[in-house]
Design a protein around this ligand. Structure first.
Ligand code: MN
Length: 323
């Protein structure tokens, strides 16, 4: 079990390092309609191997979506699951979405919430929050899902943290499949979940065949295939990849060659420059350095998570290392 990443000198296992995102702030540059398929990379987060499809060097944000890890499928037990001990976040929302299994979320707001497939845990870090993701003590079996982050805009990123759990989300029907609107609006259906900038996230369950999805042309979009295989404008997309679709589409036709689960992400291009490091989304190196130092010092900024798992120390940002 990796209790501390602080002593590592190589690439940091877990959240973001410079393999994923550059060490200087950048804003996303939207493209016209394209199908730009990038391969994710494997990373270790807590006890799990994940496929990180966002950010990638060539594609850092899709709207305000700035991070997407595809977790599993992986077998877990009552006592061991994702096993991510208390760690901090700033400047982002975490969006946890499961296809199979259960995870127990605990945070420094006092939330203790089991999440199950079809439900949404949405935590807003704002100025600072800490949380853990644990085995439930009761679930054994397959765990499969997505861990996503949404960058907060300047107007909310210094606000206090918050947590929402949505047990019920609206469903939509699209061609050969149906979907759940996790966040934002899709056609005329709107999720009750908080979003601080215009974004959309839809989980689609597709039978083999074609489906046409309504899109907002002012959004940029991307597709993650969580299982199965889907063709987009003739390009096959499979799990472990991100298909960036650009901006300016008012609909999208997906051709599922197998029963497939897909995640559509979109939003207005996020124009504020973003600097991401480890579990922090900020604007400057100073902000990230301060957050890392405060977390490691046990500063009250991040509160306390009551968890049986060990607290995870923050690594030093690469630009603060002396070697
Ligand atoms: Mn986290």
């Amino acid at each position: 079990m990796r209790a501390s990443a602080g002593a590592q000198t190589g690439p940091v296992s877990g959240p973001l390092d410079t393999t994923d995102a550059p060490a200087q702030p950048e804003s996303g540059a939207p493209a016209p309609p394209v199908v730009e398929v990038t391969q994710g990379r494997e990373a270790t987060v807590g006890a799990m191997t994940v496929r990180r499809v966002l950010p990638r060097r060539l594609r850092r944000t899709v709207g305000a979506w700035c991070f997407a890890d595809h977790m599993g499928p992986h077998l877990v037990t009552e006592q061991h699951g994702v096993d991510i001990g208390p760690h901090p976040h700033i400047g982002l929302h975490t969006v946890t979405w499961l296809l199979d299994g259960e995870i127990l979320h605990r945070d420094s707001l006092g939330s203790e919430q089991v999440i199950r497939p079809g439900q949404l845990n949405l935590m807003t870090a704002g100025h600072g929050v800490a949380h853990s993701e644990e085995a439930t003590g009761s679930y054994r079996g397959r765990l499969h899902g997505m861990q996503l982050w949404v960058a907060q805009p300047e107007s909310t990123r210094h606000d206090p943290p918050a947590f929402e759990h949505h047990a019920e989300l609206p469903r939509v029907s699209v061609g050969s499949g149906d979907g759940t609107v996790i966040v934002g609006s899709f056609g005329d259906v709107t999720s009750p979940a908080r979003s601080d900038t215009p974004i959309v996230g839809v989980d689609g369950s597709l039978s083999p065949g074609a489906s046409t999805w309504p899109l907002r042309a002012d959004f940029e979009h991307a597709l993650v295939v969580m299982s199965g295989s889907v063709a987009v404008d003739g390009e096959i997309v499979v799990p472990g990849q991100l298909a960036y679709l650009g901006q300016g589409r008012d609909e999208l036709t997906l051709l599922a060659t197998d029963p497939s689960r897909v995640l559509l992400l979109g939003g207005l291009p996020f124009e504020e420059p973003v600097l991401m490091w480890w579990n922090y989304v900020a604007r400057t190196r100073e902000e990230i350095g301060a957050a890392a130092a405060q977390w490691n010092a046990g500063d009250e900024r991040f509160g306390v998570v009551t968890s049986p798992l060990p607290r995870i120390d923050s690594p030093l940002p690469i630009w603060r290392r002396t070697t």
